[in-house]
Each structure stands twice: as C-alpha cells, then as structure tokens.
Design a protein around this ligand. Structure first.
Ligand SMILES: [Zn+2]
Length: 322
C-alpha cells in the first residue's frame, strides 16, 4: 500500500512537472519596457559629455526586461542645419554608446527627429545601423518608414510600428526621401495587418507620437485611432509626446497607455512634466498577459529616478479607468 502511494505521488509529481514544462513551452512570455521621450541634446547631452549616465538610476528596471524600447526625441548627427521651429534638438554621436547599452530599439517617429533636416535624419539612421541599434517609425523612404521592426525573443515575433502625428508634416518620409511615418488611418490599418500577414508577427504594438501637450487626458482623435488600431489587430497601443502622462484605457481587453510622459528631458519646472512612466508589458502568443507601470521622477538635469511606485494595469477591468 505504502509502495503504491509512493508510486502514485511520483507519478503525479512527474505529471505536474511535465504539464508545467509543457505550459512554459507553449506560452513563453516576453517582457517589453517602453520609455517615453528620450532627448539627449541640451542638458542631458552636456551631462553625458561630462561622463554622467542619465539612464543609470533606472538601469536595473530597464535591464531586467527582455526588450527595451524608447522614443528618441532628437536627431543624433554632426551635420544638418536647424529647421525654423521653436525647439530643435541635435545630440552628439557620443550618446549612442549609452543608448545602445540601455535600449534595444528606438522609435524615430516624432516631431524632433527631423529638426536638422533630411540629411541629418539620414545620417542618424546610418549611425543607428552602425551601432546595431534598430529603429522603427522612420526610414530612408516611405516604404521603410512603414515597415515594422521585428524583434524575436523566445520564439515570439514582436512587431513594433511607430507613427508621428504632430507637426511639422514635412518630416514625413516620401517615395524618394527619408523621414518619419505619418499616421494616416488607412495606412496604419494596412501596416498592422501586413505585420501579421506578411511579417508573421505574433504581437503587434504601435508606438505613437500624438496628443496635446500638457493635457492629462487623451483627446477624441487619440481614442478613435487607438481603437481603430486594436480593431485592426494591435495587441496594445502606447504613446508619448504630451510631456505629461495621460489616462489609460482598456479596449477589447487590450491596454492603451496614451502617454508615458517624458523620460530623459530637461527644461520643465512643473511636477507633472517631470513624471516619467516606464511601462512593462508581458506578452505571450495570445497577447498582453499583464502590464504595470514603474513611476519615475525627473530631476533638474533631465535624469529620471524610480520612485518605487509600481502601478498594475488591470486587464480584466470592465470599465476603463478614469
Ligand atoms: Zn514630441
């Protein structure tokens, strides 16, 4: 009897081990962190020149993820001439070393990557290629700008698409010239569908540059486009640009984090402009399994520091959080 019980226990144990390993094999989970606006010119650029690392306080959180994604809110180049606009940001190529150390992919779809003209933008793409730091949301022509970046981890294929919809539109790529991807609705829907059908992505995430600056809530345009993207097959929608964090919405059970706020950025006095969200999405083949935000506070040098506050996003919530 004793023998039989032992055998049964052993059998059950091995069965559960088998089930566990089977489940783990069937459902690999990949963690992706998203940072908001990373601006490496101005004061952060000066600090890097002096030997500081603005990513350092968040390094442990960032480096624990499988994939680290940031919005690169400047051009990295030596050449070019400042466009006629209120703020223009050009970072020295020396920043690439730190960027490469802490970030796995950058979106160039924003209203500053074209600040020093098309030649400087193209120079940046060349430097990113040389540094083996993949980019998305922009390219050497319109077609590359709308091609997703595919990142494969643990057998999962993750497609990242980036779009700018904040002026100037002259930064947009054309058939014959480099630039950013602009978010025309029909094109965005097509890109998301192609990410699955042509590029065989398991997970598709658009990283948006949109919304109104300094507004704590997303506007109607952001909400309509986010829902359209999820209806087209996006697993989550993440955004930046307003310089503040915005509300979070669930649509069809999928998270929309409208704005992560600034990440590395100086020159703001208000507390809300100096709040940084780092979003972590844990994704499996079936979509986003869980999500949470690590809150940061940006100091006067433009460097974000974790506050220790961790905000889970309830993916089963019936109503969107207000
Ligand atoms: Zn912006």
């Amino acid at each position: 009897m004793m023998m039989m019980r032992r055998c049964l226990t052993a059998l059950l144990l091995s069965a559960s081990t088998f089930l566990c390993s089977f489940t783990a094999h069937a459902e690999p989970t990949v963690s992706i962190v998203f940072m908001g606006d990373v601006m490496l010119a101005e004061h952060p650029g000066l600090r890097i020149r002096q030997g500081h690392n603005p990513f350092a306080p968040f390094a442990q959180i960032l480096d624990s993820a499988d994939v680290r994604v940031a919005n690169l809110e400047c051009v990295i180049a030596r050449g070019g001439k400042a466009e006629d606009k209120p703020y223009t940001f050009r970072a020295h190529p020396r920043v690439l070393k730190l960027l490469k150390r802490h970030v796995d992919a950058v979106s160039v779809a924003n209203n500053h990557s074209g600040d020093f003209g098309r030649a400087a933008f193209a120079e940046m793409l060349g430097r990113l290629d040389q540094a083996k730091l993949p980019f998305f949301g922009g390219g050497r022509d319109l077609s590359q700008a709308h091609t997703p970046l595919l990142i494969e981890r643990k057998g999962l294929r993750i497609a990242l698409l980036g779009y700018d919809e904040f002026f100037p539109r002259s930064f947009e790529a054309g058939n014959q010239h480099p630039g950013v991807a602009w978010s025309e609705d029909e094109q965005v829907v097509l890109d998301i569908r192609r990410a699955r059908a042509v590029h065989h992505a398991d997970i598709v995430i658009p990283f948006m540059h949109w919304g109104e600056e300094h507004q704590p809530r997303a506007n109607d345009r952001q909400r309509e486009l986010a829902r359209l993207m999820i209806d087209a097959g996006a697993d989550a929608v993440v955004g930046t640009h307003p310089h503040v964090v915005q509300d979070i919405e669930l649509y069809q059970g999928k998270p929309i984090v409208y704005s992560l706020g600034n990440f590395i950025f100086d020159g703001f006095d208000d507390a809300d402009n100096n709040t940084a969200w780092v979003l972590q999405l844990n994704v499996a083949r079936t979509g986003v399994r869980d999500a949470h935000i690590q809150v940061g506070r940006i100091d006067k040098h433009g460097t974000p520091h974790p506050t220790g506050q961790r905000m889970p996003i309830d993916l089963k919530a019936a109503a969107p959080p207000q």
